[in-house]
Design a protein. Structure first.
Length: 249
């Protein structure tokens, strides 16, 4: 394959990955506490490209655009008033801790509710944990109050304390699904969070839907341009073969 086709095809692959990432962001736009994924572009230079056979006419090796890695934007989302007493939002760095199927999960999604047995759970049914790593159980017949520091109170008495943690190394977090993360490096324990808790509010996803849609259209147009470049490279290759065949005859 010629350098034009190789580079354009590499660019198409990177744009496909961008489209998948943007589509996933838009699919989660209504998920409370969702943190957007972004891409980090780089140029790939293979060892073979350093050889003379892989060099361009200018003597420089051919580089190809690739997405080196995805990264998660943990910036604060806007707090939206809901009035639901079991809806909670964090202002500042921190996460709620819930009990997942394979261990603790960390989330900014405070769309909680009470189960029939009185446990404070997520929409998916994960139990919300207290500072002793126990599920928070409440009296379903009584109102509940949450202080800015995470204290849980009913009828004027302290019932429990929400476990709010801060992950000092966000790169150690792996997104599992939606607004949930797992910690990939257990050797880096979470620290207590100083985030302020807001009752009756939810944190919105931290990206603008219109800007994401504009970016999606832009990437699609870039893909179409690169696709055309591949077609041109193919046509050039076909014409070269035909010319060589004609000279040979």
């Amino acid at each position: 394959m010629d350098n034009l086709t190789i580079t354009a095809a590499s660019g198409m692959k990177a744009r496909i990955q961008s489209l998948e990432m943007l589509a996933n962001n838009l699919a989660n736009q209504s998920s409370a506490g969702y943190k957007a994924d972004r891409e980090f572009y780089s140029l790939y230079l293979s060892p073979e490209a350093l050889a003379s056979a892989g060099a361009t006419a200018s003597g420089l090796p051919t580089t190809m655009p690739v997405i080196e890695r995805h990264w998660t934007d943990f910036s604060q989302g806007m707090l939206q008033e809901t009035g639901n007493p079991t809806h909670l939002a964090l202002q500042g760095d921190g996460f709620f801790v819930v009990r997942g199927a394979n261990g603790p999960l960390y989330t900014r999604n405070g769309d909680f509710r009470l189960s029939p047995t009185g446990e404070l759970v997520t929409r998916e049914g994960y139990a919300v944990m207290d500072t002793r790593n126990r599920p928070i159980k409440l009296d379903v017949t009584q109102s509940v109050e949450f202080s800015p520091t995470g204290e849980v109170r009913q009828q004027g008495s302290s019932i429990s304390q929400l476990q709010l943690v801060d992950i000092r190394q966000p790169e150690a977090l792996n997104k599992t699904s939606g607004a949930y993360f797992s910690l990939s490096t257990p050797a880096t324990p979470p620290a207590p969070s100083k985030a302020e808790l807001h009752q009756g509010k939810l944190e919105a996803a931290n990206f603008s839907t219109p800007s994401a849609a504009v970016r999606l259209i832009s990437v699609m147009r870039q893909f179409e341009t690169l696709q055309r470049a591949v077609q041109i490279g193919g046509e050039m290759g076909r014409k070269t073969v035909e010319e060589v065949a004609r000279v040979g005859n």
